[in-house]
Design a binder for this molecule. Sequence first.
Ligand code: FES
Length: 161
Amino acid sequence: MSGQGLASVEEIDVSAARRIAADHRAKGNSLVTVLQDVQAEYGYLPREVLEVVAEEMQVPFSQAYGLATFYASFSLQPQGKHHICVCMGTACHVRGAVNVLEKLERDLEIKTGQTSEDLKHSLESVNCLGACAAGPIVVVNGVQHGKVNSQKIDKILGELD
Ligand code: FES
């Protein structure tokens, strides 16, 4: 019986990135604009995709990579279906944000800055979201939750599919 080769990494179709970059280049748009659109298409910026973007935009790979790592809005890793962000600014910190973050890390079994293997959750922290009085603040899929504690986390996570 002949064995089938197993791909350890899913192959990424870079054709969309090539089309987006070529399109923007023809219009004279910036590399940042290309990266924004490419990330919107793929959900993140895989290395193979960055290579294609650099090639199409006729810039060194280091320039595309540098931009992708400079802006917090870009991600080089796949993001989870649910994006969870804990504010660790001073006001939230004194109101117990550390406990909130530690509980989320335990419950989701990932560290801050990571995405779960099943691509269900991504966990991040930020410094001050401008809603200090209602801290600790946790933003889940763009929705802000205030005065978060253990019980609230259980409820929030329980409502995610
Ligand atoms: S410190 Fe968390 S919202 Fe300001």
